[in-house]
Ligand binder design. Structure first.
Ligand SMILES: Cc1cc2nc3c(=O)[nH]c(=O)nc-3n(C[C@H](O)[C@H](O)[C@H](O)COP(=O)(O)O)c2cc1C
Length: 164
């Protein structure tokens, strides 16, 4: 799969099979995050890999829409220096695309209760924990189940040329 195909076909995956993620795939995902771009190359992130079911379930209870973490083969907590939300998004996207290339689905989870989530993982006070990623092999779903929601706005609506 080339980069443009990965970008075009990647969808949020929230339901996963029980198949564990092999170590080489995990390394590829982590390296993609490691190589992401960041402002002034500060690399304002740390990644906490979570595979213990109990911890995933507890994290899934830290956000209204974080439930998919409970059934993930693996979660990665995206820990960031305060104020670097754009940067952590870059690392997340790189990791998600690297996973997709390997047939591994993923989805972001917004952490609405950061203090509770930080306590679960023992994250130091100086760091923020606002997002986590679920990863796993996708549970097969009929294409019709996701079609409407996955549509993107047309370029004619998104793009302005030379001036707004
Ligand atoms: C900043 C951000 C936060 C998100 N938070 C959640 C979340 O809390 N729960 C969730 O299920 N999906 C979350 N998502 C995933 C989006 O819902 C998903 O990317 C979007 O609906 C497009 O999905 P698609 O690529 O399958 O079309 C988040 C995505 C982003 C970029």
């Amino acid at each position: 799969m080339n980069v443009s195909e990965a970008i075009r076909t990647k969808r949020a995956v929230r339901q996963f099979t029980d198949q564990p993620i092999p170590d080489d795939a995990l390394q590829a995902i982590l390296k993609a995050g490691q190589h992401a771009q960041s402002s002034k190359n500060v690399q304002p992130w740390r990644f906490v890999v979570v595979r213990e079911r109990d911890t995933l379930v507890r994290l899934s209870q830290c956000g209204t829409y974080a439930g998919h973490l409970a059934g993930a083969a693996m979660g990665i907590a995206l820990i960031m220096q305060p104020g670097y939300e754009f940067d952590i998004g870059q690392a997340a996207a790189y990791m998600q695309l690297a996973a997709w290339e390997l047939g591994i689905g993923s989805c972001l989870a917004t952490i609405y209760e950061p203090d509770k989530a930080k306590a679960i993982l023992g994250v130091p006070d100086a760091w923020d924990f606002k997002y986590a990623l679920s990863f796993g092999y996708p549970q097969p779903r009929p294409a019709s189940a996701t079609k409407r929601k996955t549509q993107r706005l047309p370029l004619t609506e998104l793009v302005h040329w030379e001036h707004w």
